[in-house]
Design a protein around this ligand. Structure first.
Ligand code: C2E
Ligand code: CA
Ligand code: CA
Ligand code: CA
Length: 276
């Protein structure tokens, strides 16, 4: 039994080794992709709920891997966070997103996701954002930064300072995936936020349970009373679109309105170049 135990232990040990190897290789490849400019950004339309007009795009990082195909951001962003590569990757995303958005007609905006790890060094994030704005020439009011609730849970004071610095640059701040964590708007009011993005769980459960509509409606009215706009994520059906608009959501995002796409295939360009 003892030998079996040891054998089993060795078996798991080897598997752990494999997994470690795999992750090391993947993270080396990610570092390489970043260095050789092999990462890409796709952009998903953000639509005004009332008029149906595109008001901007969310930038979403993409990694076209030569053998593995498209590695999902959930995989490589987490990897970058664990290996410390996220700061360089985050800077790359910021610069590429601002450079791209500067070519769009004003007032189209771009939203960029920030990882909590990008707030670890005090003062760094505001500096990176300021450089990205300066070198692209993008007007600060056309850049929105998406943060997550987990950022606000730890190191509250330095994070608050960083958010105020960012706001001071003239960019806006959105709380992403709202409703998936533990915070309520009653807690978030202390932070300088311009927008909440309702997680797609709300959108998806809207049809199943009338209570969800009540929650969405009250989040919207509280957000508005606090001076924040509301974006609903994950809109996939016409029924969801209508319900979310009826509940007062300002902006809608989801596959119904447009999938993330490469910068040369964005819908506002199609409209402009309709005669070409
Ligand atoms: P997120 O910020 O919540 O981004 C929205 C995700 O929902 C995207 O997944 C998008 O493709 C997907 N989505 C959009 N509309 C729909 C819909 O109607 N239905 C469904 N089922 N999904 C929809 P994606 O691109 O795979 O990104 C996943 C996550 O990876 C993002 O979630 C974000 O947290 C992270 N991420 C992506 N790019 C970056 C980045 O540049 N920096 C950081 N820090 N995180 C990023
Ligand atoms: Ca986001
Ligand atoms: Ca989200
Ligand atoms: Ca998410």
């Amino acid at each position: 039994a003892k030998a079996d135990g040891r054998g089993t232990f060795r078996f798991y040990d080897a598997r752990l080794d494999d997994e470690l190897q795999r992750r090391r290789r993947l993270s080396a490849e990610l570092r390489d992709a970043l260095a050789t400019n092999a990462l890409a950004l796709h952009f998903q339309p953000l639509m005004d709920a009332g008029s149906g007009r595109i008001v901007g795009y969310e930038a979403l990082a993409r990694w076209p891997h030569p053998e593995r195909g498209w590695v999902p951001p959930a995989t490589f962003i987490a990897l970058a966070e664990q290996t410390g590569l996220i700061e360089d990757l985050g800077v790359w995303v910021l610069r590429a997103a601002c450079r791209e958005a500067a070519r769009w007609p004003a007032p189209l905006t771009v939203a960029v996701n920030l990882s909590p790890a990008q707030f670890r060094r005090d003062g760094a994030i505001a500096e990176f954002v300021s450089v990205a704005l300066r070198e692209s020439g993008l007007a600060p009011e056309r850049l929105e930064l998406e943060i997550t609730e987990s950022l606000l849970m730890a190191r509250t004071e330095p994070v608050l300072r960083a958010l105020r610095e960012l706001r001071g640059l003239g960019v806006s701040i959105a709380m992403d995936d709202f409703g998936t964590g533990y915070s309520s708007l009653a807690h978030l009011w202390r932070f300088p936020l311009d927008r909440v993005k309702l997680d797609r769980e709300f959108t998806q459960s809207l049809a199943d349970d009338a209570k969800v509509g009540v929650i969405v409606g009250s989040v919207v009215s509280m957000a508005h009373a606090l001076g924040m706009s509301v974006t609903a994520e994950g809109v996939e059906t016409e029924a969801q679109r209508q319900a979310l608009a009826a509940h007062g959501c300002d902006v809608l995002q989801g596959f119904l309105l447009g999938r993330p796409a490469a910068p040369d295939r964005l819908p506002h360009q199609n409209n402009q170049n309709a005669d070409k």
